[in-house]
Design a protein around this ligand. Structure first.
Ligand SMILES: [Fe+2]
Ligand SMILES: [Fe+2]
Length: 321
């Protein structure tokens, strides 16, 4: 299967016509009392069999933790991985990339800088005492060496392109969930809306980058990078951040302490939790990413790590044993 690409000249035109301004986001108005910071569908603990043990107050804490964690994760992925990789690529292949695609890459870099600024401002507005300086409080960077290699040698260590595609589309999927929930805070929804406006176009740009970087690589290099991306995905489908949330939750909610072992076991089992996987890492949630994976047979290996990915759109295996 081959990808149908959108012409870079058209993508650049769209960027010029749809500039999203940070100044239009009403940070000054602050958050709305009584509103949740995220829809419950984005809180990992909502999917646990022990969800009924969580009191209203516990869920408020977990929802805030999840909402802040999502912002930090975008800052990390866009600011620490995607921007440096695209900048290096632009510097190294300047002459070999067409002028229109180069413009699109510059658009993408500028927009991702704007996005990281949008998310920092949201973090600072929502919880100023956690963010007196711009330092991550929730996200724990793992695999620092690989991150360095991807940003300095983006043509050799290429999982960043696939991570970019995945997170561009997740942005749109997250916003859909925010927009459907009338009980979430309007400022959080507005930031996710403003973020989402650029991301379908970024996805199209990164499909071109697959053609520039991935396709010219040898089969061995592609296979190596497909394995690397699969291992990165294993961390996403089986996330670590809820264990940090659980530690803080147990400190503040003694009534949950007798259930610690069960909660830990259920969090460890998230990669086999059908409802969780379906909402985050399924063909329904990420149709464009899964279709792009389908177009590259070497990416079939991702199905070993992402339980609901079946190359070619076949039925995924049931994740619950
Ligand atoms: Fe972004
Ligand atoms: Fe993006």
């Amino acid at each position: 299967m081959s990808l149908s690409l959108v012409e870079p000249a058209r993508l650049h035109q769209q960027a010029i016509q749809n500039v999203v301004s940070i100044e239009s986001i009403p940070y000054g108005a602050g958050l709305t009392v009584g509103k949740r910071w995220a829809p419950e569908s984005l809180v990992y603990f909502s999917y646990l069999p022990s969800r009924h043990l969580l009191a209203e107050d516990d869920m408020v804490f977990l929802t805030e933790f999840a909402a802040l964690g999502i912002c930090e994760q975008f800052i990390y992925l866009e600011g620490d991985i995607l921007i440096p990789a695209v900048e290096h690529l632009l510097a190294r292949k300047r002459g070999a990339i067409g002028a229109d695609l180069r413009r699109c890459m510059i658009d993408l870099i500028e927009e991702e800088h704007r996005h990281t600024e949008m998310f920092w401002r949201l973090l600072e507005t929502a919880r100023p005492e956690w963010y007196p300086e711009r330092r991550m409080r929730i996200h724990r960077a793992s695999g620092r060496k690989l991150v360095q290699l991807m940003s300095r040698m983006p043509e050799t260590f290429m999982p960043w392109v696939w991570m970019g595609l995945l997170f561009e589309e997740i942005t749109v999927h997250l916003y859909r969930q925010y927009s459907r929930d009338p009980d979430v805070d309007p400022l959080f929804t507005e930031v996710h809306r403003a973020h989402m406006l650029d991301e379908t176009r970024h996805f199209r740009i990164e499909q071109h980058l697959l053609r520039e970087v991935w396709e010219p690589a040898s089969p061995a290099v592609r296979a190596f990078n497909a394995r690397l991306f699969g291992r990165i995905m294993a961390r996403f489908v089986s996330p670590n951040s809820p264990f940090q949330a659980l530690r803080l939750l147990l400190e503040r909610s003694p009534h949950l302490r007798p259930h610690e072992a069960a909660l830990v076991a259920e969090l460890r089992d998230l990669h086999r939790n059908e409802a969780f996987q379906r909402n985050f890492y399924s063909r329904e949630a990420l149709p464009m990413t899964f279709a792009t994976l389908d177009a590259y047979p070497e990416m079939a290996i991702v199905s070993r790590h992402v339980p609901l990915y079946r190359p070619g759109g076949g039925h995924a295996r049931a994740v619950v044993a």
